[in-house]
Design a protein around this ligand. Structure first.
Ligand code: NI
Length: 169
């Protein structure tokens, strides 16, 4: 946070299944795994393209987090299917060591395509919907602290959740 490259609107991807795209995705997967994240957007590694990856297996350390399929999503479009929102805690690999309470739409449809250009069209809710909204915000230069309604609900992970492992997006 503080790097101007995180505040840009990213460019659409127009070519698929290229060596450059596969190399970018390999770099993103390595970064996400090394930092134990549940999602990553290309601008977080300085690449200004509309590319996000996300996914989490069921993990007993995080019993409340439903599994989210490992996904590569390009040029995403999000449509909220209800105006209902809910707040939950989020973290971000670009805002290390912090947590904030962030409102997100409960139910969304998201569309886009994978790295081969195959269409993706899913309707999801809860944690899955939250992760997608968080990652896609990165493509429009939005970091989760910008969405916190009450900055008293923003702080250091180890103070807010002592002794707990927490996930970053
Ligand atoms: Ni993030």
């Amino acid at each position: 946070m503080g790097d101007a490259r995180l505040l840009r609107c990213a460019n659409e991807v127009n070519t698929f299944n290229t060596p450059e795209l596969h190399a970018l995705l390999a770099d993103m997967h390595d970064t996400m795994q090394a930092m134990d994240g549940v999602g990553l957007a290309a601008p977080q590694i300085g690449v200004n393209q509309r590319v996000v990856i996300f996914g989490v297996q069921h993990n007993p350390r995080y019993p409340d987090a439903e599994p989210v399929p490992q996904t590569v999503l390009l040029n995403p479009v999000i449509t909220p299917l209800s105006s209902d929102t809910e707040e939950d805690w989020e973290g971000c690999l670009s805002v290390p060591g912090m947590r904030g309470l962030v409102p997100r739409f409960k139910i969304i449809r998201y569309q886009g395509c994978d790295e081969y250009g195959a269409l993706i069209d899913r309707t999801v809710s809860g944690f899955h919907a939250r992760v997608v909204q968080h990652e896609c915000d990165h493509l429009d230069g939005i970091l989760y602290p910008m969405r916190i309604r009450d900055l008293r609900q923003f702080g250091f992970s180890d103070v807010l959740f002592p002794g707990q492992n927490v996930m970053d997006e």
